[in-house]
Write a protein that binds this ligand. Structure first.
Ligand code: DQA
Length: 147
């Protein structure tokens, strides 16, 4: 682990990407996004540590770990916990490691219950609505020093 490592943390239901509501999230799987990000990270002199969990507390633990391990930044797609989790908001505020909020879709143009983002209240940057490219754009923001 070094300060060139970027944690890429994915929350609930994102393990089903590619199968899950493809009209909203597309047909690319999370493994394919990981492969694409690994290639881009290598070109940028970074390493990614890509993970997925369906459990809120695991995301809290991984945010703490990112700081403890000296990660450069965290890209966080918290899935539906984006709209509900004060625990994740507090975890982002509790660490100094910058967190970039990532979404494939643009929640702000979807159902009203997706318009509130607890993650966005503490994230250094939000990248949403670009499909799998949201992750690449977020990584490039870290590499460029924007985040
Ligand atoms: C999502 C948007 C969330 O509203 C939703 O609950 C998800 C995926 C996205 O990447 O577009 O699970 O985070």
């Amino acid at each position: 682990m070094s300060d060139t490592t970027v944690y890429v943390l994915n929350g609930p239901n994102l393990n089903l990407l590619g199968l899950r509501e493809p009209e909203i999230y597309g047909s690319t799987t999370l493994d394919e996004i990981a492969g694409m990000l690994e290639d881009r990270a290598r070109a940028l002199g970074l390493t990614i540590d890509m993970r997925q969990t369906n459990h809120e507390g695991m995301l809290v633990d991984w945010l703490h770990e990112a700081q403890a391990e000296g990660a450069r930044a965290v890209l966080l797609n918290a899935g539906a916990y984006t709209h509900t989790s004060i625990a994740l908001l507090d975890a982002i505020k509790a660490i100094r490691t910058p967190v970039v909020e990532v979404h494939l879709s643009d929640p702000k143009t979807r159902e009203p219950f997706r318009h509130l983002s607890y993650i966005g209240m503490a994230a250094a940057l939000t990248v949403e609505g670009h499909g799998p490219d949201s992750y690449r754009i977020a990584l490039e923001a870290v590499a460029s020093g924007e985040v």
